[in-house]
Design a protein around this ligand. Structure first.
Ligand SMILES: [Zn+2]
Ligand SMILES: [Zn+2]
Length: 388
């Protein structure tokens, strides 16, 4: 089959590789019908994530048709159309039973690196380095899905691929980030970062009852999209952001603040320069500009919710402010399995059509060009979909 393989920093190519096979009774083989490139795939492309090997197949946002199942998979049959969570979970361990699927203890066969760096390994992920299990991803013609009796969910025939594809990651990710805010009627939610996850945070915050959402970015095209999602949008490069937020929230600050930016935030001013120097000299790994602002802006007793990905160590976080204001922090990889059915129901009821984030469509054969364009034209390129 053909698959998009990682070869090194900023080097990916579509190559011929062996077809995946059932190796465990709980496996299924899925023929990919639609897949996407995620902002977090660019972390792999740019070489931020260790333990990648040349030849690794990328892609964790995908869906398709079941073509084969192991004998222990009784919930799926050949021909079923499914969307697959990007987190891999066994469904039966201590954490899965608590619905902490992205903390599954059984899906990562190579947990040593994560255990050394994080103290414990989270669940494995499709197409996301050997630290997270080394599973082949879905930017390919076929993929092996482990624990297929737990992860993939059948999708209604009348919904298109593009309407349900993002259940694999970014829609549940934005939704969980908003749910983590414990939104009460009348609340104002501020969202840093208007990429695809940020836009799903905005839409989800409204679905969960927020009265106002304020969107923060410095790319005008993205701010425009945030406005189209119903948010008030502000370019942080043009204002004194903390003062601006305070003035618009009765002097208190937003009730909750969502950092949908994560580790590649490009800061401004002295703190931004300091972060770049520290990251470049490996004294810190992540640049938490958005998170610092979110902590400083959030009202007393509010919640800071973090769907943006962090990988390592942070420097100069205003922990004193967080303590003084009694903030709650909620974060982590999405428990995708938990959200699939409720969010399909929301799509079916017409409350949201997730395909609104798509800006570019390519053939899988052109995936290397898609990565290059996505990484260099981030402004106009919001979400890329690939078709095998
Ligand atoms: Zn993703
Ligand atoms: Zn588990």
């Amino acid at each position: 089959m053909k698959a998009l393989c990682w070869r090194g920093q900023k080097d990916v190519a579509v190559e011929r590789v062996p077809d995946p096979k059932i190796i465990n009774p709980r496996d299924a083989i899925i023929k990919i019908t639609t897949t996407a490139i995620c902002g977090s795939d660019l972390h792999l492309y740019d070489g931020y994530i260790p333990t990648m090997k040349a030849g690794d197949i990328l892609g964790h946002e995908f869906m398709g048709e079941v073509v084969e199942t192991g004998h222990a998979v009784t919930n799926l049959k050949k021909g079923d159309r499914v969307v697959v969570p990007f987190t891999i979970a066994c469904g039966g361990c201590f954490f899965c039973k608590k619905q902490f699927y992205s903390a599954c203890d059984n899906s990562n066969p190579t947990p040593e690196t994560a255990e050394a760096v994080y103290g414990a390994s989270p669940s494995a992920l499709f197409g996301y380095s050997h630290m997270f299990g080394g599973y082949a991803g879905g930017q390919a013609e076929f993929v092996r899905v482990p624990f297929a009796d737990v992860g993939p969910v059948k999708v209604p025939a009348h919904l298109t691929d593009e309407q349900v594809l993002f259940l694999s990651d970014i829609f549940p990710t934005g939704y969980m980030a908003a749910e983590n805010c414990n939104i009460e009627p009348g609340d104002t939610v501020a969202v840093w970062g208007c990429g695809p996850v940020g836009l799903f945070c905005i839409k989800s915050a409204f679905l969960l009852g927020a009265a106002r959402v304020i969107a923060i970015d410095d790319v005008e095209g993205r701010l425009k999209r945030a406005r189209e999602c119903g948010a008030e949008a502000v370019n942080f490069a043009h204002v004194d952001l903390l003062k601006w937020l305070e003035e618009r929230t009765a002097g208190r600050g937003p009730d909750s603040c969502i950092d949908a930016v994560g580790l590649e935030a490009h800061g401004t001013g002295i703190a931004g320069i300091y972060d770049r120097v520290k990251a470049a000299t490996y004294m810190a790994t992540d640049r938490p500009t958005a998170l610092r602002q979110a902590i400083m802006a959030c009202r007393k007793g509010g919640t800071v919710s973090i769907p943006g990905v962090y990988g390592g160590l942070l420097d100069k976080l205003p922990m004193g402010a967080a303590f003084a204001k009694g903030l709650t922090f909620k974060m982590g990889q999405t428990h995708v399995h938990k959200y699939l059915k409720p969010l399909i129901a929301r799509i079916e009821r017409g409350e949201i059509d997730p395909s609104f984030v798509i800006t570019h469509r390519y053939k899988l054969a052109d995936a290397a060009r898609a990565y290059k364009e996505f990484s260099t034209m981030k402004d106009e390129c919001l979400k890329v979909v690939l078709k095998p």
